[in-house]
Design a protein around this ligand. Sequence first.
Ligand code: PEP
Ligand code: MG
Length: 291
Amino acid sequence: MGTLEEARLAREVGADGIGLLRTEFLYLGRPTLPGEEEQYHSYRAILELFGDRPVVLRTLDVGGDKRLPGLELPPERNPALGLRAIRLFLTRPEMFRPQLRAALRAGVGHNLKVMFPMVTTVAEVRAARAVLEECRAELQAEGYPTADVAIGIMVEVPSAALMADHLAEEVDFFSIGTNDLSQYVMAADRTHAAVAPLADALHPAVLRLIRDVIAAAHVRGKWVSLCGELAGDPAAIPILLGLGLDEFSMSPTAIPQAKGMIRSLTREEADQIARAALQQESAEAVRALIR
Ligand code: PEP
Ligand code: MG
């Protein structure tokens, strides 16, 4: 979800929640950053549409090649490997505090979850949680009620996928970001037309990491969502189901077909398809298998 209109559309086509609220929409196309009050009202409007259904708010994912007019950052030689998302958050917490405070206030009476993008290490998660808890204490001291939000991370950097056992101890849930995970696993810039096809999330290298992330989380009683484009891809749905994925997050238009597909499969069929997909040698072979 990127806007209130999209959130409305999602409800109309049967979304059971929002798996990825991309909060960048509030920050784009304006010369200054939005304040706490404005963010509070925007989040509240979206949460009200969804009642007690889950809404997963992702903290601002900018920096690197995602630029904002209201935010001056030095140019970078390797923006995809640079100061973005949680890395920027931890360098400039004052910029993110209004967002966390707005979220903690807006979530009261709703089913809000908060997640951090581009996590690479356990230390980052601990530091980000500490900032969130400081914001909560501050709000409480000021007399505001605060929501008891579940905390998650995006698993979209290979180190996070490989350290999923440790990271699962730190959070309530994972959301796998296959758009970035595939570009980092395949070492192929997702914005570079000549190499982007290499960053195919159906490549068995990516699927094997997804398998391991889900398994590591489940052993520790944590749930796993997937919010990259892969979750809405009809070729991927049987595989992801077979790998044990708990939640699928996709653009609203993909929901009806995805629901139909999930209903048409048995658990055994999905398990078999997933097992076979993991043994293929290429993304093309995985697609051929699904066909
Ligand atoms: C992802 O990386 O899969 C993701 C959902 O985040 P974004 O596309 O916004 O980087
Ligand atoms: Mg991403």
